[in-house]
Design a protein around this ligand. Structure first.
Ligand SMILES: [Zn+2]
Length: 162
């Protein structure tokens, strides 16, 4: 799982160390109101869905509680329930828009586990297709995301809000 979700985080960590990113980009995205720029596709009551700016596959999103907490035990009551309800909606959105062969759903809690954003837990959800990881091995640094982020944004926002 670390291998699967790690490619984008190196770029992110470089931007953080270069001072180009806020301390917590989830909290920053929540505070800003321009969801199209921050790539928030859906805001729930206690958690939200945001596109991964450095996706492993097209449709790669993160489901995130509004609270800045690093551990499951620190989430406010109801936030985790809503995250799983959002995962259900994301699953349906993937099925209707991307016709995947499967789906990865998971969390990296803490730096040792491979978390890219250490202080603010988040649940990755991404559609998978037979052969996508083989393709990745062959092309080394090339990630499998042929779809433009703005296209993904429009598709998933529509699917999640209707
Ligand atoms: Zn945060």
């Amino acid at each position: 799982m670390d291998h699967l979700w790690s490619p984008w985080r190196y770029q992110y960590m470089e931007e953080v160390s270069a001072g180009n990113q806020p301390e917590c980009f989830f909290c920053d995205a929540i505070a800003r109101t321009d969801d199209e720029t921050t790539l928030i596709v859906f805001r729930g009551a206690k958690s939200f869905v945001i596109l991964n700016r450095f996706p492993y596959t097209s449709g790669h999103v993160m489901i995130v509680p509004y609270g800045h907490v690093a551990e499951l035990g620190l989430c406010e009551p109801g936030a985790l329930d809503e995250m799983m309800q959002l995962a259900q909606r994301v699953e349906r959105a993937f099925q209707s828009n991307y016709k995947p062969d499967g789906m990865n759903l998971g969390m990296n809690l803490g730096r040792a586990a491979g978390a890219g954003v250490v202080g603010h837990l988040h649940l990755h959800a991404l559609p998978r297709w037979f052969g996508d990881s083989n393709f990745m091995t062959v092309t080394a640094e090339t990630r499998v995301h042929p779809e433009d982020l703005s296209v993904t944004y429009t598709r998933l926002r529509k699917a999640l809000t209707t």
